[in-house]
Structures are given as structure tokens and as C-alpha cells.
Design a protein around this ligand. Structure first.
Ligand SMILES: *Cc1c(COP(=O)(O)O)cnc(C)c1O
Length: 461
């Protein structure tokens, strides 16, 4: 595959650096053992290249740092809130904005405001915190993503799409009044960072309108999704990202948003809506759980950084570099014969652990095992996205999803393409000696979101 440097070139130069260090192989062996083979429990100091998550790990621009100095830390009416509100109105087109400390704060408010006991929230695949908040509010979350999303090798360009027939079936079987809202995620994280097409968003809204069902987006990665719409949906090739985003959001009643991803900041989130009633409800709740409705758990300076970052996230030069860096990692791994979810997604490359470690059973947690082995081999930190993340069903049995994946998530504007090449090289080497990797046994399991804190021991090979 021929790569052109003009497609990979960073649209910035580096002004501040943070040293990183590769600790010895001996230390890495010990560190991962001490962490119970859970990469979430490693010390950041022991990590060389951190591909655990793209959440809150971005490098801010000089423009954002300048904004940090303009923080108005008034308890009420901070001018940075109004900058944030205006940025969201301009970029996403929502009229009403409620800030929260991060995405799950917004998920909490939205779930509590719109879901009553026994209601249903269909979604294009689940996300961990989103599903938990729906469950806590008394709802359930059936999966209505297209089948292609569950097949790691299917190359369909919009694997995040909602399957309209599956959605229709959920509506027919339960009745529209049982549906609290339909939840559509942009660039679906758990499916591999796969986008939703504009045509699909339009069709979902049309179907829901027939039944007066609300549509709420998880718009967390909407800028990256908009770029895929621009490059893959012909009629949008010449449309500015900001116009694409405005049209996308017009097909919803509101959204929750974790600013820690596309907004290029370290903390923040918000809920935004076209609907005055949703706004009033969540605005009265935000003061209980997050903070006053003009800061919602964020410092003034942080709101300023989000406002500026959201605007920066719509620059085509940035989005092109961003998605092509992710694709570079994917292409290098594919060329090395490593099984990954295809096509490469927007924020991460996902390794297919069932194919990487076919000698392990599902109960030996192939994805957990692989993420620990990658750290030991290279100092690169990844994370499990499979059965450990999925958790247990209501009878307490482990659920084993089709996708048993390891996520290599690329922080925004942080690593150079040399870092990416190093990570690919080490994983390709490990793939060549994959049969020497022993499985794991879970020895500690916390009650909620077990992937964060569960610990494991190595089984004999
Ligand atoms: C990160 C994320 C969330 C939760 O946001 P936090 O800021 O981590 O609380 C919700 N949905 C998606 C799709 C996410 O990636």
C-alpha cells in the first residue's frame, strides 16, 4: 500500500514536550503482574506509549491554552459558559446547553429525565456508562445496530448505522409508548469507531417522528463522524464540516456529549437540546448532581478550552490528519497479517483477540490476555473491549459478545507517526509468537463496570 506523506503530515508543530520512557522488560513483567494483568491498574510512569484511551488525553493547542488564562471563575454567569454555549449553538446547532463535569454526568441527567421504570432505549450497540445509566433509571437497552457491525471483517463504510427493521421490530413488539427514546451514537466506539451515515440519521428520525418517539444522540465523536460523512457520502464532499454537523444534529431532539474526546480537552461534557422541556428538566437536576447550570462541574477555564476545542475539531486539515494517523496504525497491522476490525475506525484500531489467540477459551479472556501481553512486550498500553467490558446478564452469567477486542486508542495530537510505527512493529512481532501467550483467570471482580478494576492471574500455558 502506497502512503503519501501529504495525507499523514501533522498540521501543527510541537511547542512543549513531555518525556516518555521505556522501562526494562523485567520491570514491565513485574508491573503488569502487580496490576493484576489489568492495564487500567498500571502506573502511568511504567507506560511508554499510552493507547489506553482517547478520553481526556488530547494535546491542547496554543489557542486553547491561551483561553485557559481567560477563565472567569465566577460561581454564576461565567463568561466562558456563554462562549461554550455559543460554540455549541454554532457548531452543533442546538439551542439549549447544560454543562456537566464529563459525558456520564450528562448521561445521568438525560436518563433520569426521560426514562421511567420498565422503558426501553434502543441503541446502535451499547456503551458501558450509557448502558449503566439507562439500567439505573429502570430502562433496558436492546441493540439495533446493523449486523455488519458485529462482523469484524465486513468492510462496510457505515458500520455504525441503525438497522431500521430491527428498530421497527422493537417498536412493534413493545408499542411506541414503551420507548423512552432512541439513542444513536456517532462513530460507534464499541463497534470499532465506525460511523453512521447522514442518510441513516435522516431515516431514523423519520421513523421515530411517525411514532412521536424522541431521538437522542450520543454525539461524543460527532466531528470525526462528520469527516467520514464528508469523505464517504458523495453529496457531502463539498459541504463544510460545521454544516454537516448542524444537519446531523437536526435529526435529533438532543444529545449527550463527552468533551474529553473530539473537543481536544482533558475534562468536560454537556447535554444539548432543541427541546425546551428536556432543557428545563435537566437544568433543574444539574444543580443537584453537577453544579450550577452555568458551570456544571467544570472550571471556567475548562469551559473556555472546550469552546475553542469544539471549533478546532471542525478543521478539515486536522480531521484528515487525525483519521489518517489511526488508519496508518490499521494499515501497518493489516500488512503485518494481524487480525483487526475493518475498516479502520475514527479513534482507534481494534484487534480481533479471538483470531489473535485462538488457543484460548472465552473464559480465559483472550482480549484481557492480549492487552496485558502487548504491554509486557512493548510498553504500549491498550485495553480490553470484550466479555470483561460487557459484564454479566441479569442471572449473573458472563455474556460473551461476538466482538472480543483489544482497543488501541490514539490520543489526539499527542503521538508522532514514529510512535505509531513502533506500536505496530511490536504487535506484529508478538503476533508471530502468539502461541506462547498463556491465558488468564479472573480473581477479583468489582460490582460495577468490572473492566476498570478486575484483577487476574496467569494460567499455565
Ligand atoms: C467516553 C464516552 C462516554 C462517557 O463520557 P465520560 O466523559 O467518559 O464520562 C459516553 N459515550 C461514549 C460513546 C463515550 O466514548
Amino acid at each position: 500500500m502506497k502512503r503519501k506523506l501529504i495525507d499523514l503530515i501533522e498540521p501543527f508543530k510541537i511547542k512543549v514536550i513531555e518525556p516518555v520512557r521505556l522501562v526494562s522488560e523485567e520491570r514491565r513483567k513485574q508491573a503488569i503482574k502487580e496490576a493484576g494483568y489489568n492495564t487500567f491498574l498500571l502506573l502511568s510512569e511504567d507506560v511508554f506509549i499510552d493507547l489506553l484511551t482517547d478520553s481526556g488525553t488530547s494535546a491542547m493547542s496554543d489557542n486553547q491554552w491561551a483561553g485557559m488564562m481567560l477563565g472567569d471563575e465566577a460561581y454564576a454567569g461565567s463568561k466562558n459558559f456563554y462562549h461554550l454555549e455559543k460554540a455549541i449553538q454554532d457548531v452543533l446547532g442546538y439551542k439549549y446547553v447544560t454543562p456537566t463535569h464529563q459525558g456520564r454526568g450528562a448521561e445521568h441527567l438525560m436518563s433520569q429525565a426521560l426514562i421511567s421504570e420498565g422503558q426501553i432505549v434502543p441503541r446502535n450497540m451499547y456503551f458501558t456508562t450509557s448502558k449503566l445509566h439507562v439500567n439505573i433509571a429502570g430502562g433496558v437497552m436492546p441493540d439495533v445496530i446493523i449486523d455488519e457491525a458485529h462482523d469484524p471483517e465486513n468492510e462496510f463504510e457505515f458500520k455504525g448505522n441503525v438497522d431500521l427493521l430491527k428498530l421497527q421490530k422493537v417498536i412493534d413488539e413493545n408499542g411506541p409508548e414503551k420507548i423512552a427514546y432512541v439513542n444513536v451514537e456517532m462513530n460507534v466506539n464499541m463497534a470499532g469507531g465506525q460511523p453512521v451515515s447522514m442518510a441513516n440519521l435522516r431515516a431514523v428520525k423519520k421513523l421515530c417522528d411517525q411514532y412521536k418517539i424522541k431521538v437522542i444522540f450520543d454525539a461524543t465523536r460527532s466531528s470525526e463522524n462528520a469527516y467520514f460523512i464528508k469523505t464517504r457520502e458523495k453529496e457531502y464532499a463539498d459541504v463544510p464540516i460545521i454544516d454537516i454537523l448542524n444537519e446531523m444534529m437536526s435529526y435529533s431532539d438532543g444529545c449527550i456529549y463527552s468533551s474529553k474526546k473530539d473537543c481536544l480537552v482533558n475534562i468536560g461534557g454537556f447535554l444539548a437540546t432543541h427541546d425546551k422541556e428536556i432543557f428545563e428538566k435537566t437544568r433543574s437536576m444539574v444543580v443537584v448532581y453537577e453544579g450550577l447550570h452555568t458551570y456544571g462541574g467544570m472550571a471556567g477555564r475548562d469551559m473556555e478550552a472546550v469552546a475553542r476545542g469544539l471549533r478546532e475539531s471542525t478543521q478539515v486539515s486536522y480531521l484528515k490528519y487525525r483519521t489518517n494517523q489511526v488508519k496508518l496504525l490499521g494499515d501497518l497491522l493489516i500488512e503485518g497479517g494481524v487480525p483487526i476490525v475493518r475498516p479502520p475506525g475514527g479513534h482507534a484500531i481494534f484487534l480481533n483477540a479471538l483470531k489473535f489467540l485462538p488457543h484460548l477459551t472465552r473464559e480465559q479472556w483472550p482480549a484481557q490476555t492480549l492487552s496485558a501481553a502487548i504491554y509486557e512486550a512493548s510498553g504500549v498500553r491498550s485495553m480490553e473491549r470484550g466479555a470483561i467490558s460487557k459484564g454479566r446478564d441479569k442471572d449473573g452469567n458472563n455474556i460473551f459478545p461476538n466482538l472480543e477486542l483489544v482497543r488501541l486508542t490514539i490520543p489526539r495530537r499527542v503521538y508522532t507517526n514514529t510512535h505509531i510505527e513502533y506500536a505496530a512493529e511490536c504487535i506484529i512481532d508478538l503476533y508471530k509468537r502468539r502461541h506462547e501467550i498463556p491465558g488468564l483467570k479472573m480473581v477479583f471482580e468489582p460490582e460495577y463496570l468490572r473492566f476498570f478494576q478486575a484483577t487476574f492471574e496467569q494460567l499455565p500455558l
